[in-house]
Design a protein. Sequence first.
Length: 446
Amino acid sequence: MSVEQLASASPEAEAAVLGACIMATPAYDPVAGAARILEDGDWATPANELVWAAITRLHGASRPTGLPMVEAELRRTKDLERAGGIARLSELALAACGSAEVEYYADLVHGYAALRRYQGALARGLQAAQKTAPTDVPEAIHALQADLDYLAAGNGETDAHFGRLGDDLHEHVRQLEKPVVAAAVTGLVDLDEVVKMRPGNVIVVTGRPAMGKSALTLGIALANAASGRPSLVHSMEMGKAEVNNRVLAARARVGLHRLMDGGQAIEDGDWTRMMRVLPDLTTLPLWMDYAARVSPSRVRNRIKTLTRETGQAPLVIIDYLQLMDTDQRSSRQSPYERVSEISRELKVTAEETGAVIICCAQLNRGSEHREGKLPQVSDLRDSGQIEQDASAIILLHREDAYEPASPRAGEVDLIVGKNRNGPTCTVTVAHQLHFARIRDMAQQND
């Protein structure tokens, strides 16, 4: 063991725990208590790891963990010599702590292991910093933060997700008496009835270009914020000026083309309507992130920041998923691998933080060659992992995008192609893309 390892390990504590397990009797079984605390890799030396593995295998098979059985198990796996031989096992038995001390020493072993992992994360961060280009510093920081967040979760997170089914079943039944309150709203009545967004959900909004994905999701963020719930938009495709123009166009009913032109293109009535909505817009609990490079760790950090600030996990809009970076930033990843990793990390982030995440995603050209040009879930570009991770998938389709003279001009079909919390169906809404917004059919003249 190196000097550095000695500074972050307690050989005495490890020997005390292993010795106590080797000295176990039918009336005194310390293995279960130690196993609740210790994780794989907690031991500072491979020899101790081998002894612990032998003990847990025997205990899991309901066999004694005394010295003769541990020796026999190590012989069976041909690990006895690597574990230090009979002499080492005897030394461990002599170092055994008392029955009341096992979990204390196990906590100490686990704590030192956490310290080593912490030191390792910082060392990796320092090595990465030495190789990081000046333009990549934010991404390197986010990668280190993700590593530290994982360590900070600790063993308690594992315990929180583990337990007997019946432990909380009665409490669950009691909770069923209360109606489920959506964690976020879309502002579209029929869509909210079908897709009930709950904490930890990932919703994918997809469609071919120019179908209205950004108008829909930005409108959802505005509606959710207007209901008093915090919202966060990661806009990788549009900059601040373009988003501000779309928000003003949607809320003040000012032609988007006028705002894009500016100056004399904006009429007196437009200014009046914009001034009327500005006070409400400036107080909305809506946060924007215009960074062109966004990774899952950046999303996670933003969620945690807003949760601390508002006391509630936000609704998160990501526009769009295929533009995101992975935290690994590996140049060897294929687009399929990259998008799969991003999709899975966003799902884990939603579940860990309780946020609802809505991702825009691109479709391939499959629908262009299909009769009616209706999109399907299988058209999702780059990865089937998106389909697997999503709680719901909403596909946008406009007939008038292909046939301007269509009798259904002005309508958008929101095809709910997957829905874990409700039925799959089609919700028809009205688009007013000249105002950069999508409305319920009953509100299309508002």
